[in-house]
Design a protein around this ligand. Structure first.
Ligand SMILES: Cc1ncc(C[n+]2csc(CCOP(=O)(O)OP(=O)(O)O)c2C)c(N)n1
Ligand SMILES: O=C1C[C@@H](O)[C@H](O)[C@@H](O)C1=O
Ligand SMILES: [Mg+2]
Length: 636
């Protein structure tokens, strides 16, 4: 056996350089690069190895571990899970900062390789700086907190363990049915320890992302279900996007007159301009999509996890009379809602189903176009909302009275409603720009009223809805599609929580554009508490003496070196957007918007935990109403 003497970290970097992926006849490197924040847990091991020989890996210095991990996740998501960045952190707090990002990757099924440093394998210096020292077990470190958040987790305490561990990690990350975060924690002393590695381990290795074929039983069963249905509806989920099923979806929808509705992850697999695409489904769905969903006697869920937002907490469909057909690479997902299961790649399954559907046409008739036209009218109304200082009824009504709304208009020096601003942006930015969102009220508005005219231009993380993903993720998207403009659509709360990677974007000249909607508060949560009978409680950004905070975010971004703009009218917004397109550096547009002017309603319900006893009569009423709704919902 031919061997090569390398440190564990050097072996790791050499291996990452040799991993290739095979997708539909094309082969390319799977690991594009590595985000780093060095500390004593990784600088002398992985840091040294990268400095000595990083190979083709692009090395990027992050500013916050969660932020850089979010950037890596967004890169992989934008690359349709076909390429990844690795993320290396130090030990202790550096590793702990990965936790929210690991949850984000796991709930969204996004492959990413986390490489946190770990405490000493020899335990000689214990407790090493940043070791938590759990008294009941010396074997527990901060990194154990990442176990439930990883799809694969391992700890390396001997150099030779690395080989079997990496193989397992790459098998997981390159399997669409299991894809998620792989976490390999390497003891900091072991990173620098040498071993005589078998050179065969570093040979070019190809991971095959083969499309899983449906069985004949699945195909004939699914075809029979569709053929006997009157009003089938297709839910386009994230799995449809990752399998690149756009063309066959359009073909089947057109030929058989089946409407498409979209989850957040699936949105823009097919552009909104396709006639039968009725947009978002569920709690933050369009009225058109929710109307057809209710009528459906067959729901064809393609690559969807059926989250509560997609199913309106299991009230969006006629569960009594309707049936479900689930096409999913994951058996666990396919099992949901008592569906007929087709465990297969979405695109291949639909392509193979197609010849079995000859002659079939749904009974929707003109209804699809009618629903769509009505929804387009509603969107048109939302694009023209204008604030009045008397008798203004915002979309989220009956929460803030006119006096309060006027107070906001004065404090923020704005009269701009959120929906009006968002639709104006949709109309001005280049159609092939990528927009990214994640948390707050904006994802709901985006799912409803953002109309992508180009496929794969909508990037929403709504599995974890992790605040802070918006800005960090924009950097990851820019790395994936450097020739496209990237717009981060972010609330003030999310921006405040995490925007460190804006600096990384500026540092490496990867232009991102931030469009910050400042409504001076955690708006959607304020809506939620008031909708459910509570008062406005600790969700507005007010000072100790109750003044609404007016924060100069443009100045913050300018301080980092971004070009920034402050706008509070549509004309200023349009002018700023035009200027942004001319810039080569990162930008931030701060838009002051009025609270309560986001979209709301449209025939959906969200099951949230309401207090069963309280001294507030309104909460009691809401609790009773919830019990009533629950009776109509599917139980599992
Ligand atoms: C990391 C994280 N913490 C907490 C939450 C819960 N949460 C969801 S939305 C939200 C407020 C968002 O405020 P902002 O970004 O200003 O958006 P708005 O609703 O005002 O549009 C909070 C606290 C979350 N989604 N993610
Ligand atoms: O609790 C939440 C409510 C949602 O409206 C929001 O988008 C999401 O970020 C969240 O965490
Ligand atoms: Mg806000």
């Amino acid at each position: 056996m031919q061997t090569i003497r390398l440190t564990t970290a050097q072996a790791l970097i050499r291996f990452l350089n040799a991993q290739y992926i095979h997708v539909d006849g094309q082969e390319f490197p799977f690991v594009e690069g590595i985000f780093t924040i060095f500390g004593h847990g990784n600088v002398l091991g992985i840091g040294q190895a990268l400095e000595q020989e990083s190979g083709h890996l692009k090395v990027i210095q992050g500013k916050n571990e969660q932020g850089m991990a979010h950037a890596a996740i967004a890169y992989s998501k934008q690359m349709l899970r076909q390429k990844i960045y690795a993320v290396t952190t130090s030990v202790g707090p550096g590793a702990a900062n990965l936790a929210a990002a690991a949850g984000t990757a796991l709930s969204n099924n996004i492959p990413v390789l986390f490489l946190p440093g770990d405490t000493f394998a020899t335990r000689q210096p214990d407790p090493v700086l940043q070791q938590i020292e759990q008294e009941y077990s010396a074997a527990i470190t901060t990194n154990d907190a990442l176990k439930p958040l990883s799809r694969y987790w391992d700890r390396i305490t001997r150099p030779e363990q690395l080989m079997s561990s990496l193989l397992r990690a790459f098998e997981v990350m390159t399997d669409p049915a299991k894809a998620g975060p792989a976490t390999i924690c390497i003891a900091q002393d072991v990173e620098g320890e040498a071993y005589d590695y078998d050179v065969a381990f570093f040979a070019r290795r190809v991971h095959y992302l083969d499309r899983k074929l449906p069985t004949m039983r699945e195909l004939t069963g699914a075809a029979a279900l569709i053929q006997s249905s009157r009003k089938p509806v297709i839910i386009v989920g994230g799995g449809a996007k990752y399998s690149q099923a756009r063309d066959i979806l359009i073909q089947l929808s057109e030929k058989h007159h089946i409407p498409l509705v979209e989850t957040q992850a699936g949105k823009a697999t097919v552009e909104y301009t396709f006639a039968n695409n009725l947009g978002g489904i569920g709690i933050t769905g369009t009225l058109a999509a929710n109307q057809v969903a209710r009528q459906a006697d067959l729901v064809i869920g393609i690559g969807t996890r059926y989250t509560d937002f997609a199913t309106s907490s299991k009230t969006a469909f006629d569960f009594e009379n309707g049936q479900f057909l689930n096409i999913n690479v994951s058996r666990a997902q396919a099992y949901k809602l008592d569906a007929f299961q087709m465990v297969a790649d979405a695109r291949t399954a639909l392509e193979q189903l197609s010849p079995l559907l000859e002659g079939y046409v749904s009974e929707f008739g003109d209804q699809i176009q009618q629903f769509k036209a009505e929804w387009n009218q509603e969107r048109d109304r939302l694009s023209k909302i204008t604030f009045q200082r008397d008798n203004f009824k915002p979309e989220v009504s009956d929460q803030f009275d006119q006096q309060m709304l006027n107070e906001y208009a004065d404090a923020l020096q704005t009269e701009l409603p959120q929906t009006t601003a968002l639709i104006a942006i949709n109309e001005v930015i280049p159609a092939d720009s990528i927009i990214i969102g994640s948390a707050g009220s904006l994802p709901g508005d985006l799912q409803r009223i953002w109309n992508p005219t180009v496929a794969n231009t909508y990037h929403l993380e709504y599995g974890y809805s992790c605040m802070g993903y918006e800005v960090s993720g924009a950097l990851g998207i820019k790395l994936a599609v450097p020739d496209k403009e990237v717009y981060s659509i972010v609330g003030d709360g999310s921006f405040l929580m995490l925007h460190s990677e804006l600096i990384t974007a500026i540092q490496y000249n990867h232009k991102i554009n931030i469009i910050l909607f400042d409504n001076a508060g955690f708006g959607c949560i304020n809506n939620l508490q008031m909708e459910n009978g509570g008062d406005s409680y600790f969700c507005e950004f007010r000072t100790h003496d109750q003044r609404i905070m007016n924060i100069d975010y443009a100045k913050v971004a300018e301080g980092y070196g971004a070009k920034s703009y402050k706008v509070n009218t549509i004309e200023q917004l349009q002018a700023a957007l035009k200027d942004v397109a001319q810039q080569s550096n990162s930008t931030l547009i701060e838009i002051k918007v009025l609270p309560k002017t986001m979209t709301n309603g449209y025939d959906s319900w969200w099951n949230v935990g309401v207090a069963e006893v309280s001294d507030n009569e309104k909460i009691h009423e809401v609790f009773e109403a919830r019990q009533h709704q629950l009776k109509k919902a599917k139980q599992y």
